[in-house]
Design a protein around this ligand. Structure first.
Ligand SMILES: C[S@@+](CC[C@H](N)C(=O)[O-])C[C@H]1O[C@@H](n2cnc3c(N)ncnc32)[C@H](O)[C@@H]1O
Length: 755
């Protein structure tokens, strides 16, 4: 039959074999399969040649996958001798081989992937007929799946080529990658599978992933990649496969990352790592103008390793902490873990000895929750509760996590607090039902501006007006200069001592912001709705390393008057707060709850339960991380401040003048204030001042990465205070809470000041 074939037939057979050769498939592999195909297709060459011999390439790979790839010697001989197909494999049908139109044949790389496939389209002649039939029946469907899977790596593949002379357009490359994803429905799924593929080793893990974000570069064939010596010989076209990354950890604590590519071993010798880094820098990164001049791939890889280690160890800590609490799993000897465990143990034991036994069920629940809930998300401590992610960072590597708490973006009632948010309570004078869009653009201020004297508290740029902030800071620092209201029977004093409460110490009549709300006709973008829209600045929780625990910093430069966040927490009655404060003292912990007493002056006589407080200890937002900084020494304390040798004479003079004559007698530039936030009462849902929000605004321009601080207003010298306080480590020159170091000097300065 072979000799009777026309030369045209032979020519076509040679071309087919040649086409397969260019894919790295030898004639020994392609010949027998071609023979089978011609038999099945009744010598219809068009079907085989279609799409650049796609059917043939696919059939060869399938044959290899099914162990039929190595032809019997007779088959090869028969083909070369006769140049025509054998009829012995006619059990396969045309349908088995045909598939919907698809892109051109895959690269040789696909060979590796083909080995993973389960398809058997050429059943052995010795299979029972039923078995063969059942194999064939779903073959078409499987064929399609196979080809889709088979073509997939081609789209995913990263081809390394020589760089083009023109600058690299990273954005358009990324778009190309994204387009690839969108145009191939299987792509995302495949990618997800690659990312999910995590297998455990003994006490270690191996994670394999394909980096889909590596852009495609143009290529020249000579580029050699790392060789694992197992390549099946892909010819001399060195198309680097999709970047396969392995990350493995061993029981001994090593973390290893590897990038894998295949190459012909005879053409490869391992280059020096520095040379590789240099080449990558020159080729791929040098043209990217955004990189800093000292950028290097070596540092980039070190960064990657460090990130792997950091994320890996943090994850382990979370896991171990939770395991310990439920009583299974073993804890590593990591220092941070031991510390955390010790802290938890002390909480537990304190709880059982004094705290938990003596506390109410609700308190017990809170203590238990605080012990259990240690699953912070380092990428976003709010776990999606805020519009913006707020990550946690510890540059010191000691305390691994901030204290446990539940993240809440808004205040919640703990138990007995009564917060009347009824719409019925909002009268026509307390809202702007007739407004539309942005109230700040209207020709006349709306009724919501009444609270702030007919002028909105916010500027059109969304900043709190400077005069408003200065007033709030001043009230905090110089309460004596501001109006105070005294209750007949102070609910706060009564919560401390019901039997014989002390006289009211007075409550400052404070300035409120009033925002538009649900009964108003304006929209959510109205300029008079800043606090209720939530956090918009980029913030980070960080470990201060200065003895003040965790703190909050801004990542943006912020002008004066910028809204940072609310202080959100549980709403407690003053009685509940008092009970909690006592518990906390017994447990050796100190929290900084805030009393919502700005409205007490207008409320008249209140029952205990009606004086409200906020506590962010167990439930809170990022506001709970804002540390205290002494804004300014108060009269009577300020001499001590200047005993510190680092304080210059001019500071001394300015501050003395300042303190003696008061805040308002000095121009703003003299109003030196070390804390950079002011806390402001904000009315949103309730028109009275019984319940309100507390919002932090910058009290001056703040640099990017600066820690955000506010003055808690603590009188560190007050021996009668009912809650335990901390020794202040704010580092401010005006610090009121630092331990005094030079008693002798103090008396000299005091004497000098008295003259
Ligand atoms: C509202 S929390 C602030 C966040 C806290 N640093 C943390 O790690 O969770 C208040 C607590 O922080 C600590 N703190 C805040 N400011 C401080 C300061 N200036 N000096 C010392 N400790 C401070 C005290 O332990 C205080 O009880």
């Amino acid at each position: 039959m072979g000799s009777s074939r026309p030369s045209e037939w032979k020519k076509r057979a040679q071309q087919a074999v040649k086409a397969m050769k260019s894919l790295g498939i030898s004639s020994k592999q392609s010949g027998p399969v071609l023979k089978r195909l011609l038999n099945v297709f009744d010598d219809n060459w068009a079907l085989i040649e279609d799409e650049n011999y796609r059917v043939l390439a696919d059939a060869i790979l399938d044959a290899q996958a099914n162990g039929n790839g190595d032809p019997e010697p007779e088959e090869i001989d028969a083909f070369s001798a006769e140049g025509g197909p054998s009829t012995s494999l006619a059990a396969a049908t045309r349908e088995d081989y045909l598939c919907p139109p698809s892109p051109p044949p895959p690269s040789p790389r696909a060979e590796q992937h083909a080995t993973a496939r389960e398809l058997a389209i050429s059943p052995r002649a010795d299979s029972p007929p039923q078995a063969r039939a059942s194999t064939r029946a779903p073959a078409k469907k499987r064929r399609k799946q196979t080809i889709d899977a088979y073509l997939q790596p081609v789209e995913e593949a990263v081809f390394l080529r020589e760089p083009k002379p023109e600058p690299v357009d990273m954005d358009s490359r990324c778009q190309d990658v994204q387009r690839g994803e969108a145009s191939n429905p299987g792509f995302q799924e495949q990618s997800d599978r690659n990312h999910r593929k995590i297998s455990g080793t003994r006490n270690g893990t191996v994670q394999r992933c394909r980096n889909m974000e590596i852009p495609t570069l143009s290529v020249e064939p000579r580029i050699n990649m790392l060789n694992n010596g197992t390549s099946s010989g892909a010819g001399n076209v060195q198309e680097a496969p999709g970047l396969d990354i392995d990350v493995a950890s061993s029981a001994t604590g090593e973390v290893k990352m590897s990038l894998k590519c295949s190459v012909d071993p005879s053409k490869f010798r391992m280059p020096a790592l520095e040379a590789v880094f240099k080449m990558v820098e020159d080729k791929c990164l040098g043209s990217c103008k955004a990189l800093p001049p000292d950028f290097s791939v070596g540092r980039l890889m070190t960064e990657i390793c460090q990130c792997v280690l950091q994320l890996g160890t943090e994850h382990a800590l979370e896991h171990n902490t939770q395991s310990d609490i439920v009583g299974n799993g073993s804890r590593s000897e990591d220092d941070g873990n031991r510390k955390q465990k010790a802290a938890e143990e002390s909480l537990v034991s304190n709880g059982s000895e004094s705290g938990l036994v003596n506390s109410t069920p609700a308190q017990q629940q809170h203590l238990a929750l605080s012990i259990l809930k240690t699953n912070h998300d380092v990428m976003d401590i709010s776990k999606g509760e805020e519009e913006i992610r707020i990550s946690i960072v510890n540059e010191f590597g000691s305390e691994k996590f901030p204290p446990s708490f539940y993240y809440i973006p808004q205040n919640v009632v703990f138990q007995n607090a009564l917060v009347d948010m009824s719409l019925a309570k909002i009268g026509g004078e307390d809202c702007c039902a007739d407004c539309f869009g942005n109230c700040l653009s209207a020709p006349e201020p709306c009724p919501c501006a009444r609270e702030t004297g007919g002028e909105y508290a916010y500027t059109p740029e969304g900043l709190l007006r400077p005069a408003f902030i200065d007033e709030c800071v001043s009230a905090n620092l110089f309460p004596a200069e501001h109006q105070k209201v005294f209750c007949e029977t102070c609910p706060l004093e009564r919560s401390r001592n019901k039997a014989s409460p002390e006289p009211c110490r007075g409550h400052l009549a404070r300035k409120f912001i009033k925002e538009c709300w649900n009964k108003c006709g304006c929209n959510m973008q109205c300029g008079n709705r800043v606090v209720q829209r939530g956090i918009t600045s980029n913030l980070k929780v960080f470990f201060t390393g200065e003895g003040t625990g965790w703190g909050l910093r801004t990542l943006d430069e912020l002008p004066k008057g910028s809204f940072i966040c609310e202080y959100a927490g549980e709403i407690l009655t003053s009685a509940e707060l008092h009970e909690r404060a006592v518990q906390n003292m017994q447990n050796g912990t100190y929290v900084h709850p805030i009393i919502l007493d700005a409205g007490l002056s207008s409320e008249g006589l209140l029952k205990d339960k009606e004086a409200l407080c906020l506590d962010g200890t167990f439930y809170g937002n990022v506001g709970r991380f804002i540390n205290h900084r002494c804004a300014l020494a108060r009269c009577g304390h300020f001499y001590d401040v200047f005993l510190n040798d680092s304080i210059k004479d001019e500071d001394y003079n300015i501050s003395c003048q300042f303190i003696i004559s008061g805040w308002n007698n000095h121009p703003p530039s003299f109003r030196c204030c070390d804390a950079n936030l002011a806390v402001v009462p904000v009315e949103v849902e309730t028109p009275d001042h019984h319940y309100y929000h507390l919002a932090f605004f910058t009290s001056k321009k703040v640099e990017a990465f600066e820690e955000l601080t506010w003055d808690y207003g603590i009188d560190f010298e007050d021996k009668n205070r009912h809650v335990k306080t901390f020794e202040c480590l704010c580092g401010s020159r005006y610090c009121r809470g630092r331990r005094r170091r030079h008693p002798r000097k103090r008396s000299i300065v005091a004497a000098a000041a008295a003259e």
